[in-house]
Design a protein around this ligand. Sequence first.
Ligand code: GAP
Length: 512
Amino acid sequence: MIKGEDTFKKIISHSKEYGFIFPSSEIYDGLSAVYDYGQNGALLKNNIKDYWWRSMVQFHENIVGLDSAIFMHPTVWKASGHVDAFNDPLIDNKDSKKRYRADVLIEDHLEKIKEKINKEVEKAAKRFGDSFDEAMFRQTNPRVVENQQKIEDITSRFVSALEENRLTDIKSLIEELGIVCPVSGSRNWTEVRQFNLMFSTQMGSLSEDASQIFLRPETAQGIFVNYLNVQKTGRMKLPFGIAQIGKAFRNEIVARQFIFRMREFEQMEMQFFVKPGQEKEWYDYWKQERLRWHLALGIPAEKYRFHDHDKLAHYANAAADIEFEFPFGFKELEGIHSRTDFDLNAHQQYSGKKLQYFDPETNESYVPYVVETSIGLDRTFLAVLSHAYKEEKLPDGSERVVLSIPPLLAPIKVAVLPLVKKDGMPEKAREIFDSLKYDYMCQYDEKDAIGRRYRRQDAIGTPYCVTIDHQTLEDNTVTIRERDSMQQDRIAIDHIARIVGQRIDIRPNKNQ
Ligand code: GAP
């Protein structure tokens, strides 16, 4: 097993053991790709939401918030294209009865060829040492060139078959490439079929009145249909944004990798409405701005990369993902899409209502263009958690598991710990707890030896432990222990709040 998979398993079991994430309905053996957030998970999730909301809505005077309903008129999803085009191509293996996304089978096959190329390059790099010219090697080594050509041929056939919905060609490609079912090892495949990812339900108590409605697969459409409401009542002038956090639902077939791909998840989306022609400039702006948001958490820059899309969705004229290096490799964390006027135009057409902007500077009316930033809350949670998880060997030979969660996001900011359960220390500790709790999420803990209590707080990522000892009762000082360095300092009780506050301040120039 490669190290990343091993770490990932540990992160999953740690999340459960320390109250971050539980499988949904676990006493009934769970529900596939649905998860519940426990006592620490709910706090971490709320802190991520708060960081996003404040960065978007509070720090930008031209972005406002929205909380639209999950249920929407069914025609919304016709207009948005989700009824007709929000599909995955599926294929079943007749022997194992397992269902797969046909595109994922082909992508995995391409990935294997890429790995072969990378191995050749690594081998050659070792052989030639400092004089190795990787670019030249990739252009001239016959095996690499042959495999690169294979990748290009397969990709071009695969992309055109997908774009033109030629499902029989996709099946032929799977057969030709000799792709086998990972479970049965056989090539006994069914035809490829399109499968819509939206969940549907009925609204209305009588079946004859019942109308099929959908659980929203993205929050964005709630923003589009409220564009004019917000613009008019908020007297918003272009460019301006509407931000929203909320649940989305997708009937994912290949639901794996824990909370990376769920059937019920949360999105944090912002639609930025701009004058047509200015979308490219704003697209570039939001790409950089969103990356800055991630980096401000202190997670190293090499964990993130952009992936610019070559193949664009029908509504987009530019699109990029911010990818994060999860334990299972670089994968999409956030999308930035220049969506043109596609959505507002479609809603105008289907609703018969004008969704235009009157530009007071030019005295013209037009449909604005939209640049969207769309990030998965659960994926951000997983990114933060997987980066934070560390197993450390300490100088005294013992080991600890610590979650180095960015302090701003940590579920508990301060643990308040009386050294012993007597001599007035618990009372003093409660006093300190009560004075800090209005500003910070704190935890009081008096059970077990102090070392074990520190370990428990390390395991949930608490940046500060404050210990009340005999000296506290004499001079109103405590020890404050910092999670990552484990350094302990003696400080006045009055200074605790300031020290914690400085650590979670998100002002960009806080140290100047
Ligand atoms: N409105 C645009 C939109 O929904 P998307 O790329 O389909 O775009 C945006 O989704 C983000 O939502 C993704 O980058 C990802 O972080 C998150 N996301 C999408 N599907 C998800 C799933 N099944 N489970 C968890 N997060 C998901």
